[in-house]
Design a protein around this ligand. Structure first.
Ligand code: HEM
Length: 152
């Protein structure tokens, strides 16, 4: 009996998000675009003020974190240990407006740097979960004008 001429090939691992986005150079461009957004968007003034005036160190850390989170080199963990992001953000009051401002900066940065649309959607869903989990400040309480129980 003749064996098939073509041997079945081992299944290829799908590319990581890190590879799809374009490797470290693309992550670096994304981080630059993200903080440029934070520097210029009126809705991001509040979260920009939580950061140091000089963003050099913060950018370097976010580059490492995002590269690892996307499936690239694990340099963030090697240098800074477990991310513990909720704990690291505990000092900053994060509610819905802060979450949404962060996500708006990231969405624009991904668009500006040409992240493919499919990956953009997948990453936005994941960023939303992380950013939402970071919330540590409740919604502002309803004022008497908007609370129907108190309106007469
Ligand atoms: C939800 C709104 C968010 C706000 C207001 C916020 C704000 C901040 C601030 C003020 C810092 C400190 C920066 C510094 O030390 O210079 C920080 C650090 C950081 N943030 Fe956020 N952040 C938010 C969401 C996120 C999300 C969704 C991620 C990841 C997907 C993230 C990843 C990081 C990382 C990796 C650091 C550095 C942590 C470290 O020191 O190792 N942040 N963030």
């Amino acid at each position: 009996m003749n064996l098939p001429h073509v041997l079945p090939s081992a299944p290829l691992a799908p590319p990581s998000h890190f590879e799809t986005i374009g490797g470290q150079a693309a992550v670096d461009r994304l981080v630059d675009a993200f903080y440029a957004q934070m520097d210029s968007r009126p809705d991001a003034t509040g979260i920009r003020a939580m950061h140091e005036p000089d963003l050099g160190h913060t950018k370097a850390v976010l580059r490492l974190y995002l590269a690892e989170w996307l499936g690239g080199p694990k340099d963030y963990t090697a240098q800074r240990g477990h991310p513990r992001l909720r704990m690291r953000h505990a000092a900053f009051p994060i509610g819905v407006p802060e979450r949404d401002a962060w996500l708006a900066c990231m969405a624009s940065a991904m668009q500006q740097t040409g992240v493919p649309p499919d990956l953009h959607s997948v990453l936005m869903a994941a960023f939303f979960k992380t950013a939402d989990w970071m919330r540590n400040t409740p919604h502002p309480p309803a004022t008497s004008a908007t609370n129907p129980k108190e309106a007469s």
